[in-house]
Design a protein around this ligand. Structure first.
Ligand SMILES: CCCCC/C=C\C/C=C\C/C=C\C/C=C\CCCC(=O)SCCNC(=O)CCNC(=O)[C@H](O)C(C)(C)COP(=O)(O)OP(=O)(O)OC[C@H]1O[C@@H](n2cnc3c(N)ncnc32)[C@H](O)[C@@H]1OP(=O)(O)O
Length: 202
C-alpha cells in the first residue's frame, strides 16, 4: 500500500483536451511544405536520429495545415514480448511524431503529458503509419492527437495518442542537457538545421 503523497498528481480531468478558447494558429511560413520531410532534430535522438544502431528511425512528412505523417518499421531491437513491439517504445514514437508538430509552429516545445491507448499488438517487422495533428493552442500549451495504423496509412488502428506540449525557450535545452552533449550538439547537423528552422539562437 503506497500513500498518494508518494506519487504527486495534478488531479482533475485529463489535460490533453484543448479548452474551448484554444485556437488553431496559421502554419509557420518557414515550415516544410506539405509532402516535404520534417527532418530529425538531433542525429542521436533514439526515435528520429540516424546515428543510433537500435533507434526507431522514424521518418516524418509534413501534411496540410498543422498535420503530419510518420512511419517506422519495428525491428528485433524494439521487442517487449517476444516478436511484439514494446509499448513504451511505441509511446516514444508518438512522443517524437507529436513533438514534430511543433516544427509546423516553429516554436520549441517539450512534452508535458502524453497519453497512449494500445488497441492492437504491433509485431516485429510491421510498419507503423502515424498521422498526427495539432488540435489547439492556448498560450504556451500545444494540444495534439495522433493515430497509428498497421501496414499502411489506412490499415487497422493499432494505437491512438494525445499529448500536451509546453513551449519553452531554447535555453531549456542548453541549460538542462548534459554539458558535453550540448557542446557536441552545437556541431550536430540536425540540431543546427532545427535551430535555423526554429529561428532561435542557441
Ligand atoms: C545548441 C544546442 C541546442 C539543443 C537543442 C536541440 C534541439 C532541440 C530543438 C527542438 C526539440 C523539440 C522537440 C523535439 C521533438 C520531439 C522530442 C519529444 C519531446 C520530448 O520528449 S521532451 C522530453 C520530455 N519532457 C520534459 O522533459 C519536460 C520536463 N518538464 C519541464 O521542463 C517543465 O515542467 C515544463 C517546461 C514542461 C513546464 O514548466 P514551466 O515552469 O516552463 O511552465 P509551468 O509549470 O508554469 O506550466 C505552463 C503551463 O503548462 C501546464 N503544464 C505544465 N506541465 C504540465 C503537465 N505535465 N501536465 C499538464 N499541464 C502542464 C501548467 O499547468 C501551465 O498551465 P497554465 O498556463 O494553464 O497554468
Amino acid at each position: 500500500m503506497t500513500s498518494d503523497a508518494a506519487i504527486p498528481s495534478r488531479g482533475g480531468l485529463l489535460p490533453t483536451t484543448p479548452p474551448a478558447d484554444a485556437v488553431l494558429p496559421e502554419r509557420n511560413p518557414n515550415a516544410p511544405a506539405p509532402g516535404q520531410p520534417i527532418p530529425s532534430h538531433y542525429t542521436r535522438c533514439f526515435v528520429c536520429g540516424d546515428d543510433h544502431d537500435a533507434g526507431l528511425r522514424l521518418e516524418v512528412i509534413a501534411g496540410e495545415g498543422l498535420s503530419l505523417t510518420g512511419s517506422f518499421t519495428v525491428s528485433e531491437h524494439h521487442q517487449g514480448a517476444p516478436g511484439l513491439a514494446h509499448g513504451g517504445l511505441l509511446t516514444a514514437a508518438f512522443d517524437d511524431a507529436l513533438g514534430s508538430l511543433n516544427w509546423l509552429l516553429s516554436a520549441p516545445a517539450v512534452t508535458g503529458r502524453l497519453e497512449t491507448d494500445f488497441r492492437r499488438p504491433v509485431p516485429v517487422g510491421s510498419t507503423l503509419h502515424i498521422r498526427a495533428e495539432v488540435v489547439g493552442v492556448k498560450g504556451r500549451k500545444v494540444f495534439t492527437k495522433a493515430v497509428g495504423r498497421l501496414g499502411s496509412a489506412d490499415g487497422p488502428v493499432a494505437l491512438t495518442a494525445a499529448a500536451l506540449f509546453i513551449q519553452v525557450p531554447i535555453e531549456h535545452f542548453t541549460s538542462n542537457g548534459r554539458p558535453e552533449d550540448v557542446a557536441k550538439a552545437r556541431e550536430d547537423r540536425a540540431v543546427r538545421r532545427s535551430v535555423e528552422n526554429l529561428e532561435v539562437n542557441p
